[in-house]
Ligand binder design. Structure first.
Ligand code: GLU
Length: 330
C-alpha cells in the first residue's frame, strides 16, 4: 500500500547481544504487523557492531527463532536484496563515509575521555538513560592525530557529535504522541564511533535506515530517548527521518526489565519445552489486547486485529499467570 505515494518499508533490527525473548519478540511482532497490515515490505538487518555483550551464534539463532514464530521478511542477510549487505559489520565503509561528512562540516570531533572519566563527571544518576557528556574534548584537539597523541600507545580517540546548544528536538511518535527533548541537556555530545574505524549504534542505525529506504521504525520504548539524537543526525546528513513508533516493553512484576531471575523467557527455551509457536504469538497478542487469554494463532491471523489504538500504554507484565501459562519456572 502506498502512503503519500511511498510504499511502507519497515525493519526488524535484532542485535546478537543475547537470545530473542518474549520482550523483543513482542516489539518485533508489532513492527511486523504494522508493515504487513499495509502490505509494506520488511527488511531484517542484523545489528552486530562490536558490543561487549555480543554472543557467538546469537545472530543465526535470532533468525531461526523469528522464522519459527512465523515471521518473514523480504530482504535480509539470509535472503539478500537490493540493499545488501544486511549485516552491520559488513557495512562499516558507509558509516565511515557518514562520519567523514560530519567531520568535514565540523560536526564531529575526537574525544579521549574514557567511560570511567565520563561516569565520574555525572552530576545526577544517568544509569538507565545513558551518560551525559559535558563536552570535555569539544574544541580541545586540532585534529584526530593530536587527540591520538594525547593517548597511550594503542588507544584511539572516539568521535563525538557536536550537539546544538539549547535546541529542543521535536517529533511526533506514532504511539507516544508529541515528544520533545533538549539533547544538549539530556545527553550532550554523544558518541558516533568508538574509534576511527568502528561506528557506534547511533550513527549506524541512521545511516542504514536511510540507505535502506525505511519509512517507519517500530521498536521498544527503551530507544525513545535516543530518537532525538538520531533526528539530529538525519538533519546533519541531509537525510529524511522515518516515522517513529515506540512501544512499551515487557517487564517483571516489579516493573524491571526482564532478566534471568524472572525465568527463562527465551523463545528457544519455550520451543524446546514443546510449546507451539501459536501459543506464544497468542500470548504476545493478548498482551497487546488483540487476543483472548489462551488463544493460539498465527501472525497472519492477527493481521486484521492489529490496532495501535488498543495497545496499552503501560508496559506488558510477565505475571505469575503468564509464567504458568507458558510453563516458565523461576
Ligand atoms: N538493534 C537494536 C536493539 O536490538 C535496535 C535498534 C533499533 O531498533 O533502532 O536494541
Amino acid at each position: 500500500m502506498l502512503e503519500n505515494g511511498i510504499r511502507v518499508r519497515g525493519r526488524l533490527a535484532p542485535s546478537p547481544t543475547g537470545a530473542l525473548h518474549l520482550g523483543n519478540a513482542r516489539s518485533f511482532m508489532i513492527a511486523w504487523l504494522s508493515v504487513r497490515r499495509r502490505a509494506g515490505s520488511l527488511v531484517l538487518r542484523m545489528e552486530d557492531l562490536d558490543h561487549p555483550k555480543n554472543k557467538p551464534g546469537a545472530a543465526a539463532e535470532a533468525l531461526a527463532d523469528l522464522r519459527w514464530l512465523g515471521f518473514d521478511w523480504d530482504e535480509g542477510p539470509d535472503v539478500g536484496g537490493p540493499h545488501a549487505p544486511y549485516t552491520q559489520t559488513a557495512r562499516t565503509a558507509l558509516y565511515a563515509a557518514a562520519l567523514e561528512r560530519l567531520r568535514a562540516q565540523g560536526l564531529a570531533y575526537p574525544c579521549v575521555c574514557t567511560r570511567r572519566d565520563v561516569e565520574a563527571g555525572q552530576s545526577a544518576p544517568h544509569a538507565e538513560e545513558g551518560l551525559y557528556y559535558p563536552g570535555t574534548c569539544r574544541g580541545r584537539f586540532e585534529d584526530f592525530e593530536a587527540a591520538r597523541r594525547a593517548l597511550p600507545e594503542g588507544r584511539l580517540p572516539a568521535w563525538r557529535f557536536r550537539v546544538p546548544e539549547g535546541e529542543t528536538v521535536r517529533f511526533e511518535d506514532g504511539f507516544c504522541g508529541p515528544c520533545a527533548q533538549e539533547v544538549s541537556a539530556h545527553s550532550g555530545d554523544f558518541v558516533l564511533a568508538r574509534d576511527a574505524r568502528g561506528a557506534g549504534y547511533m550513527l549506524a542505525v541512521v545511516v542504514d535506515d536511510a540507505a535502506m529506504g525505511i519509512t517507519e521504525v517500530v521498536r521498544g520504548d527503551d530507544l525513545l530517548s535516543a530518537t532525538p539524537r538520531q533526528m539530529l543526525l538525519y538533519r546533519a546528513l541531509g537525510l529524511k527521518p522515518p516515522a517513529f513508533t515506540h512501544v512499551p516493553l515487557v517487564v517483571s512484576e516489579e516493573g524491571r526489565r526482564l532478566a534471568k531471575r524472572h525465568g527463562d523467557t527465551r523463545i528457544s527455551a519455550l520451543r524446546e519445552a514443546g510449546l507451539p509457536p501459536g501459543k506464544i504469538i497468542g500470548l504476545l497478542a493478548w498482551w497487546c489486547g488483540w487476543a483472548a487469554w489462551g488463544e493460539c494463532l498465527t501472525l497472519r491471523e492477527l493481521l486484521p486485529r492489529f490496532d495501535l489504538r488498543t495497545l496499552p500504554h503501560a508496559p506488558a507484565v510477565l505475571t505469575r499467570q503468564v509464567r504458568e501459562e507458558l510453563g516458565i519456572r523461576i
